[in-house]
Design a protein around this ligand. Structure first.
Ligand SMILES: Nc1nc2ncc(COP(=O)(O)O)nc2c(=O)[nH]1
Ligand SMILES: Nc1nc2ncc(COP(=O)(O)O)nc2c(=O)[nH]1
Length: 538
């Protein structure tokens, strides 16, 4: 319902004076991310401009003049009343007056570059201009992966270049087919800067593999589970879960067990069990079990802080806020922002806090009764019937066998995504996706979901005005010790499912997972290393 309404709101009907434009941004001096954030804020503050969507953030090798630092690039989609020449003046004002760019020479280093790439008038017609100070579409866009890759996250795959009348996506695939390392991009997820002052990012690299599908080739991230709940400490002593020194010992153990084989480790701290039908700890109890621990970890100078990424597993916005203030980098919310109406407004205030957007149906007590995905094509299951291509869906990966199943999950996740990005203004660069194994899914559905990880990455729907896709969004899978494994190997004791979990983790990586969430760090650290060696041609 909301989706359709917002579509009408942003749909620039002929009478409205709203044009659509796509601007490419780039920076390769000093704190590049800070320049990007400032430029976006200045665009959004302009009364004649409204930011509709911002792409992922990428790092790219300098093109043309190579003897300079790598660039941070992306694309922003805006509504604007300004004609192209006035929009150009705003971009130049932001570059030179507001952000004090000093242009040394063409293609040289810059604090910020804002280029108009594409412009559509209020009848959705592309504008073509060829004047000395302004050429639209940008004359060099079709040779630049650092423009095309972020751009195709924001436009339907069928959108044609206004002059050549060829799909813009086809130019990107053509560049990639030449396999020039200089054209490859790192997808970055910005994280808070620690005392060391070094900028921190999660980094992912995708390549088009032999079967013409885009696959992640960079190392898988390992997320170790540090639950501080009564049922979480294996030694059975009741109050151990509250013993901070014991928890810190476990953090040191995780570090020792992972950093010999991996560059960093994500530690997911959970103070409130989210097992189906589990009793939910009161919020004060959840705070008591987690926030002091985060402080102590961040204050522990014997830990390699730059290699430790902290995540809090909570669906409560108050806990998330306190965890961010205590030094956490990632909010891991199994509810996709549906359990606490303030979650997205908290996360949207921190541009460099990552957010794991998970799929679920219902709540902890009802989700298990909502796990029927058979023969529901996503659109029929939604309230809005498909009338025009507004809700047209694409799956780039034609090979995915059960389209309907993954389209249903994809469609439902795209509604959470729209709520986060379209309504609450989180930025796409913050988002990690998690289809939620075991959450409103039982038995075989979980196995099918793991098999379809790749197809989920290619899910997209919508049109030029309102387009949602999951391209370049990392996917986290959390299969560790779960009931669907226990069911298949007939093992009721969760702690005896680690060997089978290793097998599943390897398969998750083979099917496209970028982050895996596991209990047994020591064994899975080796398993993940092996799976990367087997499945990722980095
Ligand atoms: N990787 C990368 N290389 C670059 N080389 C030149 C220009 C100059 O672009 P312009 O012709 O639009 O000024 N911009 C970039 C950039 O943003 N990223
Ligand atoms: N992102 C994410 N977080 C999670 N938190 C808890 C559980 C429940 O499992 P546990 O109680 O064994 O940790 N599973 C997930 C998951 O699959 N994904």
């Amino acid at each position: 319902k909301r989706f359709i309404n917002s579509n009408i709101v942003t749909q620039s009907s002929p009478t409205s004076s709203l044009n659509l434009a796509f601007l490419a941004f780039g920076s390769n001096i000093d704190d590049r991310f800070d320049y990007v954030k400032q430029a976006l804020d200045l665009l959004d503050k302009n009364p004649d401009i409204k930011i509709l969507d911002v792409s992922s953030i990428f790092e790219s090798e300098p093109k043309y003049f190579v003897d300079q630092d790598p660039f941070m690039n992306g694309v922003v989609k805006i509504n604007t009343r300004l004609p192209p020449s006035e929009l150009l003046k705003v971009c130049k004002d932001i570059e030179y007056n507001q952000l004090k760019r000093v242009k040394e020479f063409d293609n040289g280093p810059r604090s910020i570059d804002l280029d108009i790439i594409l412009y559509f008038d209020n009848n959705n017609q592309p504008v073509i201009m060829n004047e000395s100070e302004l050429i639209i579409p940008h004359p060099r866009m079709l040779e630049r992966t650092f423009v095309l890759e972020p751009l195709v996250e924001l436009i339907p795959p069928t959108l044609k270049h206004p002059i050549t009348q060829q799909p813009i996506l086809s130019y990107l695939n053509l560049i990639y087919s030449k396999k020039n390392e200089m054209d490859l991009l790192w997808k970055l997820i910005p994280l808070p800067t620690l005392a060391s002052g070094k900028p921190r990012f999660l980094r992912f690299m995708n390549k088009i593999s032999r079967d013409a599908c885009r696959k992640t080739v960079s190392p898988t991230y390992l997320m170790g589970i540090l639950n501080t709940t009564p049922d979480s400490f294996s030694d059975g002593k009741t109050n151990n879960y509250k013993n901070i020194n014991k928890q810190l010992l476990k953090v040191h153990e995780f570090v020792q067990d992972s950093l010999t084989l991996h560059d960093n480790i994500i530690i997911d701290i959970g103070g409130c069990s989210t097992r189906p039908n589990s009793i939910q700890a009161p919020i004060e109890e959840e705070i008591d079990r987690t926030i002091e621990l985060i402080h102590r970890i961040r204050q522990d100078t014997t830990l390699p802080q730059d290699k430790i990424i902290l995540s809090i597993d909570t669906y409560r916005s108050i806990v998330a806020k306190k965890a961010i203030e205590a030094g956490v980098d990632i909010i891991n919310d199994i509810s996709g922002g549906t359990f606490d109406p303030d979650m997205f407004s908290v996360v949207s205030k921190y541009a460099n806090i990552a957010y794991i957007l998970s799929h679920i149906r219902g709540d902890i007590n009802t989700m298990n009764k909502m796990s029927n995905y058979s023969n529901t094509s996503s659109l029929s299951s939604s309230s809005s019937k498909v009338k025009d291509n507004t809700m047209k869906e694409y799956l780039f990966d034609k090979k995915s066998s059960s389209h309907d199943f993954i389209k249903t999950i994809g469609y439902e996740m795209s509604k959470f995504y729209h709520e986060a990005i379209g309504v609450h203004k989180l930025r796409r660069w913050q988002i990690i996706l998690d289809p939620g194994l075991g959450f409103a899914k039982n038995g075989q559905v979980n196995v099918q979901l793991i098999r379809q990880t790749h197809a989920l990455k290619h899910y997209s729907r919508g049109n030029l005005q309102e387009f949602i896709n999951f391209r370049n969004l990392p996917i986290l899978l959390g299969p560790s010790r779960k009931k669907f494994i226990g069911h298949i190997i007939q093992e009721d004791d969760a702690k005896k499912r680690d060997f089978a979990t290793g097998t599943v983790v390897s398969a998750c990586i083979g099917f496209g997972a970028d982050i895996v969430r596991i209990h047994n760090v020591r064994d899975n650290s080796q398993g993940i290393k092996m799976a990367d060696a087997l499945y990722k041609e980095f």
